[in-house]
Design a protein. Structure first.
Length: 278
């Protein structure tokens, strides 16, 4: 069984990423399942007649307050709920294996990792982490609810800018065990377009799933463990180059926007000076 936890600020695109990876996993013969630490909160909100669609402000306020109360009463409450889902998935996987089912391997994706103890649990379970960074595309960046404690972890990870040694330093300070972090964190830049983020997901998904397409011609799949060291090095180079090209494109778009903003500000200053002269 595979486990993936997604971090990122609210509305950075975590659920979209989770759904895309689940679709890819399903197409490759996995049995995907979406899990949220906040599932009990969503159930409580529904019982109160609150939904995102009806009133997202009241819904978010209720969820944040309900979650904070539960954590104050029992810091492990949401972890225990998620662990039960993980145990259920493992039992179902073993049952499918014993029955000789063709498709049995589970991948659980937790799309709302917001606290350090949630990160710890995922790593201790042998899972992987992926951070979704929205940058300037993040909606309502100055909204008051973004100051809630549930956003602190994601904001701190945003500041690492995806630099691996910064991420490791960040976790080394906070991890409850000694030694460096042995798990990579995948970094997805969601600053540009939906097409670009989908391309990145397709590139990263094989690593998350532990598989890789050998060629577009034969569509043959192998486990990374079965590949030679040379094949893996070549694969890593291809992925790195593809991601580098996407990041270059995003950087070019950002510089173009800055240049346009600069000229627009100059024009506004000229207009102001004309008004003074008149």
């Amino acid at each position: 069984m595979r486990l993936l936890g997604l971090t990122g600020q609210a509305r950075a695109g975590k659920t979209h990423v989770a759904n895309q990876i689940m679709a890819i996993a399903f197409s490759k013969g996995f049995v995907p399942e979406l899990v949220s630490f906040a599932d009990p909160i969503k159930v409580a909100a529904k019982e109160q007649g609150l939904t995102k669609e009806k009133d997202h402000i009241k819904y978010r306020k209720f969820c944040q307050e309900f979650g904070a109360t539960k954590r104050a009463d029992d810091p492990e409450f949401f972890l225990d709920e998620a662990k039960m889902r993980i145990v259920d998935a493992m039992e179902n996987e073993n049952l499918d294996i014993s029955r000789g089912e063709k498709y049995w391997e589970r991948i659980l994706i937790i799309d709302d990792v917001r606290y350090q103890n949630e990160v710890d649990m995922i790593l201790q379970q042998g899972g992987q982490l992926m951070h979704v960074y929205a940058g300037e595309r993040l909606p309502y960046p100055k909204a008051r609810w973004r100051n809630h404690e549930s956003e602190k972890l994601a904001k701190s990870l945003d500041k690492t800018q995806g630099v691996q040694h910064r991420i490791e330093r960040f976790f080394n300070v906070k991890m409850p065990w000694d030694g460096p972090v042995e798990h990579d964190m995948y970094w997805l830049n969601n600053e540009t377009t939906i097409e670009d983020i989908n391309k990145m997901i397709k590139l990263v998904a094989p690593f998350v799933l532990g598989i890789k397409m050998i060629s577009a011609a034969d569509k043959e799949e192998v486990y990374l463990d079965d590949m030679s060291e040379e094949e893996r090095e070549e694969l890593f180079r291809e992925i790195a180059q593809a991601l580098h090209d996407l990041f270059d494109k995003a950087n070019d778009q950002f510089l173009m926007k800055e240049e346009m903003d600069f000229y627009e500000s100059d024009e506004e200053e000229d207009d102001d000076s004309d008004e003074v002269c008149n």
